[in-house]
Design a protein around this ligand. Structure first.
Ligand SMILES: NC(=O)CC[C@H](N)C(=O)O
Length: 257
């Protein structure tokens, strides 16, 4: 893939931080959740570990002005409906949709929901999306917070693909189907969970004892379409930086890192 970057240009990766707009008391509650769900600091630490030929700047994005500085964006975990609402209140929803049309975006967990074209199991009133990926996804598809789980993932699209990627799933969404139209960029599977490890607690898709089809869309937990990346789990809460590396090298810099 062609890189859109000049060789000496710094690369700015933004991390959407809508929760950082909230009042101090709500911030405290948020910190408790973010410690569990990953956010700016965790992604920043991972990005700083990558070895690149050019300087990588990581910025927190809370406004249209912040977004305008970015070459690429990470939509972190949290709560997709709240993130979309806060983005709308900040006048950022449309700029985010425009950004998604032209620049690389990676959505983790709640961010993955925002990147999907259609969402099931939404809260009353529906879910606003940015819609960069032609997939259908279900919020909280594996169950509630207490049914969060960890599982080794088959890292088929990553460097050292024989080495499983540690999957951390927190009220994670489930990919239901891939629906690319002929004119859309093709979808590449980056990581899967083995069909046999699919949690039985999933709320949306009825568990089927015989359903161990490894091609089942529910087994897809990381995928790429064009310059966008989607992970239903939280790579920033692990010590394995291969997914961050994949985003920067493949989606942002186009293999020329
Ligand atoms: N860890 C997460 O980001 C959870 C996502 C959350 N279940 C949502 O609907 O947005």
């Amino acid at each position: 893939m062609q890189s859109g970057f000049e060789i000496n240009k710094n690369v700015v990766i933004g991390i959407l931080g809508m929760f950082d707009r909230l009042s101090p008391s709500i911030q405290l509650v948020r910190q408790i959740f973010v410690a569990l769900q990953g956010a700016f600091a965790e992604h920043q630490v991972m990005l700083k570990k990558l070895s690149l030929k050019r300087k990588l700047c990581v910025v927190l994005v809370r406004s249209e002005e912040d977004l305008a500085k970015c070459d690429a964006l990470i939509l972190p975990g949290g709560e997709s409906t709240t993130i979309a609402l806060l983005a709308r209140l900040a006048g950022l929803l449309e700029p985010l949709r425009e950004f998604t049309k032209t620049k690389p975006v990676w959505g983790t967990c709640a961010g993955a929901i925002l990147l999907a074209q259609t969402v099931e199991n939404t809260k009353k009133g529906g879910q606003e999306v940015l819609g960069g990926m032609s997939i259908s996804i279900a919020r909280n598809g594996w169950g509630s917070q207490v049914e969060s789980f960890e599982a080794p993932l088959v890292a088929e699209g990553l460097r050292e693909s024989d080495r499983p990627f540690p999957g951390v799933f927190i009220r994670a969404p489930v990919v239901l189907s891939l629906n690319p139209k002929p004119q859309d960029p093709p979808i590449t599977i980056v990581a899967r969970i083995s069909a046999g490890l699919l949690p039985k607690t999933q709320t949306l898709v009825p568990p089927d004892e015989d359903d161990t089809d490894p091609r089942d869309a529910r087994t897809i937990v990381a995928l790429r379409q064009g310059r966008h990346l989607l992970t239903t789990f939280h790579p920033e809460l692990t010590t394995d930086h291969r997914i961050h590396e994949y985003f920067v090298h493949e989606c942002v810099l186009g293999s020329s890192a």
